[in-house]
Design a protein around this ligand. Structure first.
Ligand SMILES: Cc1cc2nc3c(=O)[nH]c(=O)nc-3n(C[C@H](O)[C@H](O)[C@H](O)COP(=O)(O)OP(=O)(O)OC[C@H]3O[C@@H](n4cnc5c(N)ncnc54)[C@H](O)[C@@H]3O)c2cc1C
Length: 401
């Protein structure tokens, strides 16, 4: 049984493993470590799980990755989302999975070879259901697109879900795990063997295994053990638009304009839209991120280019119909997460460095557990931390990151 509590100060506790961070990545990691037979404590500084970056996301998942190391995590994760009740062993959990696909679309003829190459990579990686759709087919299947739209990659299996329900599903399904809320990690104890304890503002937890799932705070948390992770945090915003405009295609996929990095998808009561600004500067990890007053207008403007119905929707919008929120993507030098042991500090494991932590969380948590109990060797783990020192880390060409 798992337990989610807000402890008062406690005497020294012991655990086989301590997970730092109660976002979707930490909850999945705690779940899989508990399933591997470990007594787990997860510590989260906020009052509830899924309260920081996980709550800020647009909650999407996809199979469309051109890099093997990413597809290896993303594909089994989609399988687990599809069979979530069975995976966590709870029969009445509804994560609101909606599979309407990801549509990466362009109106720029010079990009067509990039789409063809992506489709070829999906086939090489044996990603089922990948499509390259062009010309009149594209307009027949997605009639809301502007007539200039030329080509798209699509996979109907991609989609979105409730991150809140998924995070709590992992927590409730964990076996021997306690989830300590409002408990902040302030230090990591080490001795000649490596990690020896986790110091929190409520008390000490004695352990030999710590997994850093602290999202945007993964770098400062690792620094508590003297490890300097190569992570950058970058603010990303999203706009929720409340609308019941009849022109809104409520059955549309998650649609990405590959030319201007704008994206949108239908959401209950309206839609979500945003754009990934390549010039957004790094910002320090923070719980209080400012939002730009013109972000929603800019996102709508970008989405309108290939989704002209946005112009009709925008005409009728009032200020109170728009809500902009922000979180942070975490980038590594090769834009892929770091999963597994930290060779600079025995006992410290990493599950961090995500711009796509929602969609990777199920299999990433499982991989940490497999590595921790020796079911997987770290040399077979393409997302190991030591790849940076080994000089094998390379940026890929996956769309939208
Ligand atoms: C606008 C936007 C859209 C996005 N859309 C998607 C998407 O569609 N699909 C997708 O896969 N990803 C998306 N992402 C990225 C995704 O949200 C993150 O990669 C994911 O939520 C990371 O989860 P996490 O558990 O690692 O981090 P978090 O959810 O940030 O959890 C980390 C937790 O650690 C806690 N913590 C930190 N330091 C301490 C400490 N010292 N002591 C105790 N607790 C601590 C924090 O309070 C926090 O709750 C999006 C992000 C943004 C901002």
């Amino acid at each position: 049984m798992s337990e989610i509590i807000i402890p008062t100060s406690f005497d020294t506790q012991t655990a086989d493993a301590v997970v730092i961070g109660g976002g979707i990545v930490g909850a999945s990691t705690a779940f899989w470590l508990s399933k591997a037979g470990m007594k787990v404590i997860l510590v989260e500084k906020k009052e509830g799980l899924s309260s920081l970056t996980t709550a800020a996301s647009v909650e999407c998942f996809r199979t469309q990755f051109t890099e093997a190391a990413m597809a290896e995590i993303a594909l089994p994760s989609v399988d687990m989302f599809e069979n979530f009740e069975e995976v966590v062993g709870i029969s009445d959990i509804d994560i609101g999975i909606t599979q309407r696909g990801y549509l990466f679309v362009t109106d720029d003829p010079s990009m067509i070879p990039d789409l063809e190459k992506a489709k070829q990579r999906y086939d090489e990686l044996e990603i089922p259901g990948s499509e390259l759709i062009t010309g009149s087919d594209l307009h027949k299947r997605f009639p809301f697109l502007a007539k200039d739209a030329l080509a798209a990659t699509f996979n109907a299996r991609d989609g979105w879900l409730s991150t809140h329900e998924t995070t709590y599903g992992f927590a409730k399904g964990a076996t021997d795990a306690r989830f300590f809320m409002k408990t902040e990690v302030v230090g990591l104890g080490t001795d000649e063997q490596g990690i020896s304890s986790v110091e929190t503002d409520k008390g000490t937890i004695s352990t030999r295994l710590v997994v850093n799932c602290a999202g945007p705070y993964a770098k400062p948390v690792a620094q508590m053990a003297g490890v300097d992770l190569p992570l950058r945090t970058v603010r990303r915003q999203k706009a929720y638009i409340r609308t019941s405009h009849p022109d809104l295609p409520t059955d549309a996929p998650f649609t990405v304009d590959l030319v201007n990095h704008g994206y949108w998808r239908p959401e209950a009561g309206g839609l979500l839209c945003a754009w990934v600004d390549p010039d957004e500067p790094d910002s320090p990890p923070s719980d209080e991120l400012p939002t730009d007053w013109d972000f929603a207008a800019e996102s709508i403007h970008r989405a309108s280019r290939l989704n002209p119905f946005f112009e009709q929707v925008a005409d009728e919008l009032k200020g109170e119909d728009i809500n902009v929120s922000a979180g942070q993507y975490v980038y590594t030098p090769d834009d892929k997460p770091i999963i597994g042991p930290c060779d600079e500090m025995p006992g410290l494991y990493l599950n961090c460095g995500y711009w796509c932590g929602v969609m990777m969380s199920p299999e990433a948590g499982k991989r940490v557990a497999d590595l921790a109990v020796g079911k997987m060797h770290n040399q077979d783990n393409a997302l190991r931390y030591s790849r940076f020192k080994e000089g094998i880390a390379q940026k890929g060409d996956t769309f939208l990151k």
